[in-house]
Design a protein around this ligand. Structure first.
Ligand code: GDD
Ligand code: MN
Length: 365
C-alpha cells in the first residue's frame, strides 16, 4: 500500500466528544485523496487518546501521538507534522470549528505548485468569524490588526490555526519554531520569511462541537512574547521575553508586599529590614509560580519537583543579586554613570537568572 499524500494534524486537549464526528467528516470531505489523520493528544484527562485509538483499530488512516508531561498547542502541531512522511501536511482544530470541506481546494493549490503554503482565512471575501461571541470576536479582530501592523505579515488571518503546507518546507524551519503558545501559523510564516509562497482560501468559522475552548489570558501573553521575538528578528528567545515580563511584575509585587508589610508589622527597631525580607520572599514566590505556569509551561514542575525547583530558584536568584551588586559597584568605581552601572547590573542578573533557570530549574527532559 502506498503512503499518504496528505497528513492532517489534529492537536487535541479534552476533545473526546468530537473525535468520531471529525473522522466521519474528514472521510466524507476527502474522497479520492490518500489521507491520514494524526491526532496529537496531550494526555487529556477525558481519555481523548483512547477514543482515537479505538477508531484507529478499525481504520488504519488514523494515528494517535499521546504526549505525556508536556502541554502546548504549537508544540503538538510541530510534533505531529514531523511525524508525517507525506508530501503535504495540514493542521486544523479538532473541535469542528474549522471547515474540513475546504481541504481539497487547499491541497489543489499546493499540488499544482502555485504555493508552498495555503492558509485558511476568516477575513477575506467568502470567509467569516461570526460564530465568535461578541467579546471574543473583538479581541480576535484587534489582535489580528495589531499583528499585521507589527509583523507586516501577508496573512489576512495570522491568528488562525488552520493551514496546509509542503512538508519539505516545514522540515527546513522546524528547528527554529517555538513550541510555546497558540500561534503556530504566524510563527511558521514569520520564520520562513518571504521565500515561502503563501495562498489563502476563505472559510466560515463554525461553532465548537462538544467541550470548551482552551484559550486564556496566559495564551494571550504568550502571543505577545512571540510577536516581540519575531519583531527582533528572533534575536530574543520568546522564553526570555516571558521571563523578563514575569521579572517586571515581580518588582510590582515586591513593592506592594513591602508597603503592606510596613503597614502591618508591629513597631520594632528595624521594621524596614524585616519588611524587605518578607517582600523579597513574596516576590520570589510569585516569580517562581508565574514562570512555572507561563514561561516554562511546557516543562511545568509539580509536587516534590516543584519544591526542589523553588529552592534552587531562590539560590540562583540570591547569587544573581550578589553578582548584580558586584558588577554595578565595580562599574560605578570605574566612573560609569550611576544609571549605566545600575542597568548593566540588572541586565546581567536577568540573563544569569534566565540561563540558570533554563539549565537547572526547568531543564528540558
Ligand atoms: N495537544 C494540544 N495541547 N492541543 C491543544 C492544546 C494543548 O495544550 N490546547 C488546545 N488544543 C487543541 C484543542 O483541543 C483544539 O482542537 C484546538 O487545539 C484549538 O483549541 P481551542 O481551545 O478550541 O481554541 P479556540 O477555538 O479558542 O481558538 C481558535 O481561535 C484562535 C484565534 O483565533 C483556534 O482556531 C486557534 O487555532 C486560533 O489561534
Ligand atoms: Mn476552538
Amino acid at each position: 500500500m502506498r503512503g499518504a499524500e496528505l497528513s492532517i494534524i489534529l492537536p487535541t486537549f479534552k476533545e473526546r466528544g468530537n473525535v468520531a464526528e471529525l473522522v466521519r467528516r474528514l472521510d466524507a470531505a476527502l474522497t479520492g485523496i490518500a489521507w491520514e489523520a494524526v491526532f496529537v493528544d496531550d494526555n487529556s484527562p477525558d481519555g481523548t487518546h483512547q477514543a482515537v485509538k479505538d477508531i484507529a483499530q478499525t481504520d488504519n488512516r488514523i494515528r494517535c501521538i499521546r504526549r505525556v508531561g508536556r502541554r502546548g498547542l504549537a508544540g503538538a502541531c510541530i510534533e505531529g507534522m514531523l511525524s508525517s512522511s507525506a508530501p503535504f501536511v495540514a493542521v486544523m482544530d479538532a473541535d469542528l470549528q474549522h471547515d474540513e470541506k475546504i481541504l481539497p481546494a487547499m491541497l489543489a493549490k499546493l499540488a499544482s505548485g502555485q504555493a508552498d503554503m495555503v492558509a485558511a482565512t476568516r477575513y477575506i471575501a467568502g470567509g467569516s468569524a461570526a460564530s465568535f461571541s461578541g467579546h471574543r470576536g473583538r479581541v480576535s479582530r484587534a489582535a489580528t490588526w495589531l499583528t499585521r501592523r507589527l509583523t507586516g505579515t501577508p496573512l489576512s488571518d495570522p491568528m488562525s490555526g488552520f493551514f496546509m503546507m509542503r512538508r519539505d518546507r516545514l522540515e527546513e524551519i522546524a528547528p527554529r519554531l517555538s513550541p510555546v503558545g497558540f500561534k503556530i501559523l504566524l510563527d511558521i510564516a514569520a520564520t520562513a520569511g518571504e521565500r515561502l509562497r503563501i495562498a489563502e482560501v476563505p472559510y466560515v468559522f463554525g461553532a465548537r462541537g462538544e467541550g470548551e475552548s482552551k484559550f486564556s489570558i496566559q495564551i494571550g501573553v504568550e502571543f505577545l512574547g512571540l510577536l516581540l521575538a519575531k519583531m527582533t528578528g528572533d534575536l530574543v528567545d520568546p522564553r526570555f521575553i516571558y521571563f523578563a515580563i514575569v521579572g517586571t511584575t515581580g518588582i510590582a509585587v515586591h513593592l506592594a508586599a513591602l508597603k503592606l508589610a510596613l503597614l502591618l508589622l508591629p513597631a520594632s527597631p528595624d521594621p524596614f529590614q524585616t519588611a524587605q525580607i518578607i517582600a523579597t520572599l513574596v516576590a520570589m514566590t510569585s516569580n517562581f509560580v508565574l514562570n512555572n505556569e507561563l514561561t516554562y509551561r511546557d516543562r511545568r514542575l509539580k509536587g516534590v519537583a516543584m519544591l526542589r525547583g523553588f529552592l534552587l530558584f531562590c539560590v540562583i536568584g540570591s547569587v544573581g543579586v550578589l553578582a548584580n551588586v558586584d558588577l554595578a559597584s565595580w562599574l560605578y568605581t570605574e566612573r560609569s554613570g550611576w544609571w549605566v552601572a545600575g542597568a548593566a547590573g540588572a541586565i546581567m542578573t536577568a540573563l544569569w537568572n534566565y540561563a540558570m533557570a533554563t539549565l537547572f530549574v526547568w531543564r528540558a527532559r
